[in-house]
Design a binder for this molecule. Structure first.
Ligand code: SF4
Length: 385
């Protein structure tokens, strides 16, 4: 175990990401690094490996504190509180976690109890990222989510009863066969519950998933892109009316409840990832771990490390396509500092075209996506890179 003196010193405001790959079952659209939960013994072996990785050699960067910790997955709420405590203890032994740190855990409906939530709260978990996805039972079946809408309602109540005052909902739009009216009902129910934060995901169909097969065989209608765009517009209107302000293309929050952890990714701040398939960024390099859980555990047990690749980040390009995702956009001065170039000198004709097309807007100091630009953000990024 690391002593106080050997704790890593990071640059200011780094984050820690912890990947917990287990899920109760596999959703039909899922392309993440996940494993179906088999037994507690294999989860414990994974937790031991994860802690071993956290406590292993420090990353290259040094100085400062960690102010966000994020349990992502998978379904981290399948950890029992003792396992979560083991992981948090490892993080605390390895990093200086600030007193006011945001500690988030992704939780899925019907995977927690009053007891487990009380345990997480005692460990300092103060934010729940709640995988609602949809309140439509037909769509939940299509997605093979393993829970129904009532489970989501009951779990939300458990979260509030346990004292979670910072809850984010994940919702998916653009589902096969989903109408604008379906989406409006879904959104209205979610907003009426009063979450502090909402993240939207437009369904992506990945080759090799059961959903892709259902679509290919014609058993399900293909998602409609125009309908997805209309759903996005409706989302912008309804979240604004409900007091959730947009701060990123797909993220909305009451003032002060923006995700501090995810903001680090968009602002290119360091985040150290641990666990299978976890990605890290130390301010200069990006590196990532082995994607297969069994292999990850073996590697950690044998060599205390499971790095599968590494590259130097293209800071100027990443600054543009990650920073533009934020409502605040990017500053011209900061672009110059990062790249050594003036953005208008480098991309003048493209910027003029994008401004004419109503996709971006600029003032003296910053460049931002317009509402229309958010709908076609990929086209904007391709033009500018
Ligand atoms: S809960 Fe999330 S990570 Fe787990 S199988 Fe479903 S989509 Fe994948």
């Amino acid at each position: 175990m690391f002593t106080e003196a050997s704790k890593v010193k990071l640059g200011s405001s780094a984050g820690v990401y912890l990947h917990i790959p287990f899920c109760k079952s596999r959703c039909s659209y899922c392309d993440f690094a996940t494993d179906v939960f088999r037994d507690q013994a294999s989860v414990q072996r994974y937790v031991d490996a994860l802690c071993r990785e956290i406590l292993s050699e420090p990353p290259a960067s040094a100085g400062g504190q960690v102010d966000t910790v994020y349990f992502g997955g998978g379904t981290p709420s399948l950890l029992d509180p003792k396992q979560a405590e083991q992981v948090i203890d490892a993080v605390r032994n390895r990093f200086d976690i600030s007193r006011d740190a945001e500690i988030t855990m992704e939780m899925n409906p019907a995977t927690v109890s009053a007891g487990s939530l009380a345990g997480y709260r005692e460990l300092g978990v103060n934010r729940a990222s709640f995988g609602v996805q949809t309140f439509n039972d037909r769509d939940l079946k299509l997605l093979a989510r393993g829970h129904d809408a009532n489970d989501a309602r009951q779990t939300f109540k458990l979260l509030r009863d346990a004292g979670f005052a910072n809850i984010s909902f994940d919702l998916i739009a653009g589902l096969p066969g989903q109408t604008l009216a379906d989406w409006a009902r879904n959104l209205d129910e979610a907003l009426a519950m009063g979450p502090e934060h909402l993240s939207l995901y437009l369904l992506e169909v990945h080759q090799g998933t059961p959903l892709a097969e259902q679509l290919r065989s014609g058993r399900r209608p293909m998602p409609d892109e125009d309908a997805a765009a209309a759903m996005y517009e409706l989302l912008l209107d309804r979240t604004a009316s409900a007091g959730l302000l947009q701060y990123e293309i797909s993220n909305f929050a009451r003032p002060g409840f923006e995700s501090r952890h995810n903001t680090k990714y968009w602002r290119l701040e360091p985040v150290y990832g641990f666990g299978v398939s976890a990605h890290s960024f130390d301010g200069v390099n990006r590196y990532w771990n082995e994607r297969d859980t069994a292999r990850y555990v073996e590697l950690i047990e044998e060599r205390y490390a499971a790095e599968a690749g590494r590259e130097t980040a293209d800071a100027a390009s990443e600054f543009v396509f990650l920073g533009l995702r934020m409502k605040e956009g990017i500053g011209f001065d900061e672009y110059h500092q990062r790249s050594g170039f003036d953005l208008f000198e480098r991309c003048g004709p493209e910027l003029a075209r994008l401004i004419d097309a109503g996709l971006v807007e600029a003032d003296n100091s910053r460049l931002r996506l317009t509402k229309r630009g958010m709908l076609f953000s990929n086209d904007v990024f391709v033009s500018l890179l």
